[in-house]
Design a binder for this molecule. Structure first.
Ligand code: PPS
Ligand code: MG
Ligand code: MG
Ligand code: MG
Length: 458
């Protein structure tokens, strides 16, 4: 196991955390308690959260390239610690998944995209969707025990298992193995030998939980905004943990959403012109980011995607994010789905106009819309799907908790919280979804919906 030299023991659930931390120096030592073997990175999370001014570089003398902690650099909370392993693993596996997606996207350049398939509802699915689902499922099972992991996710293996799709299946298996081979780079353990076809299919199939009101399950959208992904535009990898119907953790990987909004235009031009422009100097440009939050922490965080591991300044890489303070609609930006078949553009245009929004809508694929609200790049998100469409929990879970912890508000159009406790759909959703940076804007939009709903065709 990579990093065994700096593995530590943490006590089993309910036990006291017996770790000895020396916050003023760059190293921490942990006394052995009975119980669970954890990687030093989890310890780094604990230590970083507990040490008042701790600069924690490594946990053992023979560890020259420390594996970084994921965030919450200075906060210390019992609740945060309760789910710290889950959050740590979730962020790392989403980082891995983003890397997989970027690789697939770059391999697709100049090819015919034979690998894009249509599902029964005509929506696209690709090697990246299946590859991420298999990878995340395998890593979660590995880290928490196959019997403890229940996952609700978007993809199944129907198309992949067809006889005429053997080349596609082989591509998925290779992609998963290339990604898992990189696991140690992300502070996770990979398989001893490459996974076979059967194991990859099983990992995808295992994500067949139906969710519900009781117990713990993960929710995964392996590629949200697959249309954006195939068009070289925005997409997201979304992973959330739900317990007794409540979203506890959310992680959103946004491989084409730079840490700094100002780089977004450059990035888009760069990828449209496909390398005719030279990229900005390394260190100044992070093409994508990963956001994450834990319910009740009052904090949401963002870190860059890992590219050149080792050359990275991990000490200060996680940045706290917050919603915008703009509350005047005249200065607010609202975002919505790109496809008008996914949300009525005419209805939201009417709403925006009636509350005094002046700017053009920001149309973005995927949960990057939630990400934009959470970090203050936009103030309002609205989605009104056609009558009869049922929203799926994986399209919203991660984004909702991240916005809420960043200070925003997310409800249905009746002002009620989204209900993640009723299976794979957001059952009982009243008309549409409204997310805002603050209560004032939110109230205005809700009132506007009520005022114009009866005259709409929705
Ligand atoms: N008809 C219809 N109505 C409403 N919503 C639909 C519809 N069809 C699909 N979807 C789901 O929308 C997910 C993409 O949502 P977006 O907000 O990114 O829409 S858009 O692609 O920007 O138009 C998309 O997620 P992915 O399948 O993960 O890409 C779908 O789950
Ligand atoms: Mg899809
Ligand atoms: Mg989706
Ligand atoms: Mg998807």
């Amino acid at each position: 196991m990579a990093g065994l030299s700096h593995a530590i023991y943490l006590p089993q659930a309910g036990g006291n955390f017996r770790a000895c931390i020396f916050p003023t120096c760059d190293r921490a030592r942990f006394r052995l308690g009975g119980g669970l073997l954890l990687h030093s990175s989890f310890a780094a999370r604990f230590a970083a959260g507990s040490a008042a001014s701790g600069r924690l570089l490594s946990l053992s003398d023979d560890d020259p390239s420390p594996i970084p902690s994921v965030g919450f650099p200075r906060s210390s909370r019992m609740e945060a610690e309760m789910y710290s392993k889950e959050l740590d693993v979730a962020v790392r596996v989403v980082q891995m998944a983003c890397s997989l997606c970027q690789r697939v996207q770059s391999e697709m350049v100049g090819r015919k995209w034979d690998e894009i398939k249509s599902k029964d509802d005509d929506s696209p699915v690709t090697v990246a969707d299946w590859g991420v689902q298999a990878t995340v499922s395998w890593v979660l099972s590995q880290c928490f025990g196959i019997e403890n992991v229940s996952i609700v996710a978007e993809e199944d293996v129907q198309t992949l298992s067809k006889k005429n799709n053997t080349a596609l299946l082989e591509y998925v298996v290779n992609t998963v193995n290339v990604c898992l081979a990189e696991a140690p780079t992300f502070g996770l353990e990979g398989p001893e030998k490459a996974l076979g076809t059967k194991e990859v299919l099983e990992a995808i199939i295992r994500c067949n939980s139906n969710g519900g009101p009781k117990g713990r399950f993960w929710v995964l959208d392996p590629v949200d905004g697959t249309l954006g992904f195939v068009r070289g535009d925005q997409y997201a990898v979304a992973l959330a943990l739900i317990e007794d119907g409540e979203v506890i953790l959310g992680v959103l990987g946004c491989p084409n959403y730079p840490m700094n909004k100002a780089w977004l235009n450059y990035h888009q031009r760069y990828y449209r012109l496909m390398s005719k422009l030279s990229p900005p100097t390394s260190g100044s440009w992070h093409k994508g980011c990963v956001m994450y939050a834990q319910k009740g922490s009052g904090e949401a965080w963002m870190q860059p995607l890992i590219h050149d591991y080792g050359k990275f300044d991990w000490q200060n890489c996680a940045r706290k994010i917050q919603v915008s303070f703009v509350s005047d609609p005249a200065f607010a930006t609202f975002c919505e789905p790109v496809e008008k078949t996914n949300s009525s553009h005419s209805f939201t245009a009417g709403l925006a106009d009636s509350v005094g929004v002046r700017k053009q809508p920001l149309r973005v694929y995927s949960m990057v819309k939630y990400a934009a609200i959470a970090r203050g790049d936009a103030e309002i998100f609205m989605k009104f799907a056609r009558a009869g469409y049922k929203e799926k929990i994986w399209d919203h879970a991660a984004g909702v908790v991240i916005i809420q912890e960043a200070g925003g508000v997310v409800t249905d159009a009746g002002g009620r919280p989204l209900d993640f406790s009723r299976g794979m759909y957001l059952e009982g959703l009243d008309r549409g979804i409204i997310a805002c940076s603050g209560a004032l804007l939110h109230e205005k939009i809700i009132k506007a919906v009520d005022a114009s709903w009866d005259s709409s065709n929705l």
